[in-house]
Design a protein around this ligand. Structure first.
Ligand code: HEM
Length: 458
């Protein structure tokens, strides 16, 4: 039984409970980070901590804490030391890890690209890529061979984001860029998990990382130089052109080349793996919940009748969106995110020391028994308007919350809604018989043993 939120005591100052360092290391080694943190939650309640050397890691699972950290007390929670590895090895000064005035300026410049209206510009290319995957899956369905569905979804989301950003067209360039950024992410994930050798050692992994980074930086610099060499009126209408044309309100200045590069890498890194995972988990959820699949098929058949979806027509497919939202609840691609406490504070009645890294968790808040009935059950009916409006406003935060909420949330909801409608209308991927996924946290939520499926045509 969970001590359902029982350890929160307003006004009483005390340290959060938690395991010793050796127990924590042993627990993570034996159960894996994701499951062990769940065990600690059941044992200690909504706020608990672990001390790692001089650092304190505080876990906070209650929706009130999500609001506290992201909204009401956000001035005290920033992206500092916890983001150093991401900043140094991946995103540089890009939006995910930047702070202060730079973050505020960049967020303001980029926000218009990602409004519900702004992302409509990318619907056509999402639909076109979906259609291409339909052709590929028709062949796969005829062959009846098993495919790794995660790979299928990673390729299409990489293709979509690269076209949206750079108007990249050839599959060769798409694979090259995708593989290079994935090599960079693998290196950073090992650094974050503390399982890599020191980053400066010239290991094979470090050399692979250096080569990947060089390729990514060179490709983006070449793209920028090519655009600068032609008239602005001929630039394609993609995210890179929008970034290059953007001017600061006050100074009138354009972004420097290194900032353009950092924002491009950041968008690719933040925008493709998360969406790929969400689509992968959607296929798993459908394969294991046949009654949901049946209702989804009923809606798609009735509304689309074999036609491709359009961005305007998505309003007619509410159940499809409910499925996506429920996938993001039960299998949030970002199961944890972290904020560094600038000054001492209190969370749920417990002391949080200055400098603590506060981990909030979509994965566990979305399973909190005070806010979700039968939380482990996949049930898209949780997303009817009535149910949604009667829930705690921060019980659901797959995209984080407050001013630093995911800037790409409208983009990814549009993409997953369109892709699921296009593909589920025609195909039913089936899981290998007896397959049991091993859920893990590898920076993003993942399935360690992959997701082998056979594509069958409906
Ligand atoms: C299902 C897909 C997605 C999920 C679950 C997701 C989740 C998140 C989360 C939890 C954060 C906060 C991270 C933190 O505070 O450390 C975030 C931030 C961010 N995401 Fe996403 N994301 C998704 C798709 C996208 C897409 C498609 C893009 C871009 C096109 C994108 C771009 C960003 C950026 C730039 C930030 C940093 C925003 C800021 O700090 O101002 N994401 N995302």
């Amino acid at each position: 039984m969970l001590p359902t939120h029982g350890n929160q005591r307003e006004g009483l100052r005390r340290q959060p409970p938690g395991p010793g360092l050796l127990s924590f290391i042993y627990g993570v080694r034996t159960l894996g980070f994701l499951d062990y943190v769940g065990k600690l939650w059941r044992q200690y309640g909504d706020v608990f901590q672990v001390r790692i050397g001089r650092r304190t890691l505080v876990f906070a699972m209650h929706p009130d804490s999500v609001e506290h950290v992201n909204v009401s007390h956000r001035q005290n929670y920033d992206k500092r030391g916890s983001y150093d590895a991401v900043r140094s090895y991946l995103t540089g000064e890009g939006l995910v890890a930047s702070t202060g005035e730079l973050w505020r300026r960049q967020r303001k410049l980029m926000a218009p690209f990602y409004t519900p209206k702004g992302v409509q510009a990318y619907a056509e290319l999402m639909i076109r890529d979906g259609e291409r995957l339909v052709s590929r899956w028709q062949t796969l369905a005829r062959q009846g061979t098993e495919v790794e569905i995660a790979e299928e979804m990673t390729t299409i989301t990489a293709s979509i984001i690269l076209k949206a950003m750079f108007s990249t067209e050839t599959m060769e360039s798409i694979h090259q860029m995708k593989d290079a950024v994935e090599a960079m992410i693998t290196f950073v994930s090992a650094q974050l998990a503390g399982v890599g050798l020191p980053a400066w050692l010239p290991t094979a992994k470090r050399r692979r990382y250096d080569a990947a980074r060089q390729l990514v930086h060179r490709s983006i610099s070449t793209l920028i130089a090519k655009r600068r060499s032609i008239d602005e009126a001929q630039w394609p209408d993609d995210l890179l052109s929008r970034l290059m044309k953007a001017r600061d309100d006050e100074t009138g200045q354009a972004m420097s080349e290194s900032l353009l590069r950092d924002e491009s890498i950041t968008t690719f890194f933040a925008g493709h793996e998360t969406t790929a995972r969400t689509m992968t988990f959607a296929w798993y959820a459908l394969a294991t919940n046949p009654q949901v699949t049946q209702r989804l098929h009923e809606e798609l058949d009735r509304v689309l009748g074999g036609r491709l979806p359009t961005a305007d027509g998505l309003r007619q497919l509410p159940y499809t969106l409910q499925v996506v939202k429920e996938v993001l609840r039960l299998y949030p691609a970002a199961p944890f995110y972290v904020r560094d406490a600038l000054a001492a504070d209190q969370l749920g009645g417990f002391d949080v020391p200055a400098g603590a890294a506060v981990m909030v968790s979509p994965y566990y808040t979305h399973r909190h028994p005070q806010f979700w009935n039968h939380p482990e059950v996949f049930d898209p009916d949780r997303w009817t308007r009535e149910q949604e409006s009667s829930r705690h406003g921060y019980a659901y935060h797959p995209f984080a919350a407050g001013p630093r909420i995911c800037i790409g949330n409208n983009f990814s909801l549009l993409e997953t809604h369109l892709l699921l409608a296009t593909l589920a209308q025609r195909f039913t991927p089936r899981l290998r018989a007896g397959f049991q996924p091993q859920w893990t946290m590898q920076g993003t939520l993942g399935i360690a043993n992959g997701l082998p499926m056979v594509i069958t045509a409906r």
